[in-house]
Design a protein around this ligand. Structure first.
Ligand SMILES: [Ca+2]
Length: 451
């Protein structure tokens, strides 16, 4: 499984309309959970869904019009009618997958269609954040202070988890901080009800039905009870917001009570599960996720490419140093990442970056977790300035950018609104052709130049 922040582009991350209040409260920034998808570098999928907590980071999907809203309201109303019949059909499919009827009876007792879930799914407004806006919330003073306090409160447990899985406690705490604001916003939706509603509604029915099967397997195993299985409206559960399939694959019983309980107030199992997950995706203890670096004058920006990996020594020979002007220690091969192009911060990223990507593929999320963990550890703020006069491109603008690049002879090989490697390559080609810095950054200025 991979998780992605929805709707983020190379430029930014899309959040839901309800995010603002939550972020001001220092709450979860939780992006979105997704089925396994190989996401291209710098891309955040726009079509997916499953946000942790409503006000967590939210995807965007479609523009809403009054006519569209009326149509949606009607669809929601009529949807309720067929839900019970769908549950009946689903139960047959579930039984064929080995779910016992007693499990199904308990899981679906009193469960009705939840129109609110569909409304939330459809009203993913387009509110796009740039990476610096995202990071200012992800690593706000409040979230850093709360992270230090959470670490102090659970130090013995986190140290035991670190010893067992080899994942630094600050990193586990940072994931916890972004996923649920350290357990404060785990979601109170009935997971069976939410997933059944989304599976029935069908926009991403196959994904949600798979999650519902997984949820039923969890219930059948006795780890929790149906009404105790709560989470986000889109199916992410517990302190670190596991979707059911991830739970089945990675959750652990760390406190030894015989149940993998990620829903309880006690975060032990959830934190250990997150460490187990990161370990499974290749976390190397002692290796940074990334290090902020400075680039030399005349840097060849085509070198800032995830597919180009060199040792820190080799990068140093190219003139790339840490922010104190020293060589970056040899933590293994690394790439150079410019999440906001040549005008923003630059990072030398190591393989641990990819381990966090397994949680959520958005660059902004990975840098958010990594940087928050550094700050909880007492590290410095990011020093470089960001192109704060810039703003994130909307989905329509990203499509327009792709269309115009393609028309100008720099094919993006598709117009999907996602700024993936092919689009980045097309941007670089266009930039080189026009004598611009080839940083591959999908900026508003670039779009305006293409117009
Ligand atoms: Ca347990």
């Amino acid at each position: 499984m991979k998780r992605m922040i929805f709707g983020a582009s190379f430029l930014g991350v899309v959040f839901g309309a309800q995010t603002t209040v939550a972020q001001s409260l220092g709450q979860s920034l939780r992006p979105v959970v997704r089925p396994a998808v190989v996401a291209p570098v710098n891309v955040i999928d726009v079509s997916a869904t499953v946000t942790a907590i409503d006000r967590a980071v939210r995807p965007k999907t479609r523009p809403s019009t009054l006519a569209g809203q009326a149509e949606q309201a009607m669809q929601v109303a009529t949807s309720a009618a067929g839900f019970d019949r769908w549950v009946g059909e689903f139960r047959s499919r579930a039984e064929r997958q080995g779910i016992r009827s007693a499990t199904l009876d308990a899981a679906f007792r009193g469960v009705s269609f939840d129109a609110d879930v569909i409304r939330r799914d459809r009203n993913q407004s387009e509110f796009t954040k740039t990476i610096w806006q995202y990071l200012s919330s992800a690593a706000s003073d409040t979230r850093i202070a709360n992270g230090k306090a959470a670490l102090a409160r659970h130090r013995a447990t986190l140290e035991a988890i670190e010893r067992r899985y080899g994942v630094e406690k600050e990193v586990v705490v940072a994931v916890w901080g972004l996923e649920s604001a350290y357990g404060s916003y785990r979601g109170s939706n009935d997971i069976v009800r939410s997933l059944a509603t989304l599976a029935y509604e069908g926009r991403r029915g196959a994904f949600f039905e798979e999650q519902l099967f997984a949820a039923l397997k969890i219930l059948q195993s006795g780890d929790t009870s149906p009404r105790n299985m709560t989470g986000s409206w889109a199916g992410a559960m517990g302190h670190t917001q596991f979707i059911p399939t991830s739970y089945l694959a990675y959750a652990v019983d760390f406190n030894g009570d015989g149940r993998r309980d990620i829903w309880s107030e006690d975060p032990t199992d959830a934190l250990a599960s997150t460490a187990a997950y990161l370990k499974r995706y290749g976390w190397t203890k002692g290796q940074p996720w990334g290090v902020e670096v400075q680039l030399p004058r005349g840097f060849d920006y085509t070198q800032a490419n995830r597919t180009i990996k060199k040792s820190p020594n080799a990068w140093a020979r190219d003139g790339i140093m840490d922010m104190n002007g020293r060589k970056v220690p040899n933590h293994g091969r690394a790439s150079i990442l410019l999440p906001a192009g040549a005008q923003g911060a630059a990072f030398m990223i190591f393989d641990n970056f990819a381990a966090i990507e397994a949680y959520n593929t958005a660059d902004a999320y990975v840098i958010g977790v990594g940087h928050l963990s550094d700050r909880i550890k007492g590290g410095s703020p990011i020093r470089a300035s960001w192109p704060t006069g810039d703003r994130a491109l909307s989905f329509a603008e990203r499509q327009e950018l792709q269309r115009r690049l393609t028309q100008a002879g720099f094919s993006t090989q598709g117009i999907d609104g996602r700024i993936g490697p092919k689009t980045i390559d097309a941007i670089r080609s266009f930039q080189r052709n026009r004598g611009l810095v080839p940083d591959g950054y999908a900026s508003l200025a670039l779009l305006q130049r293409l117009r």
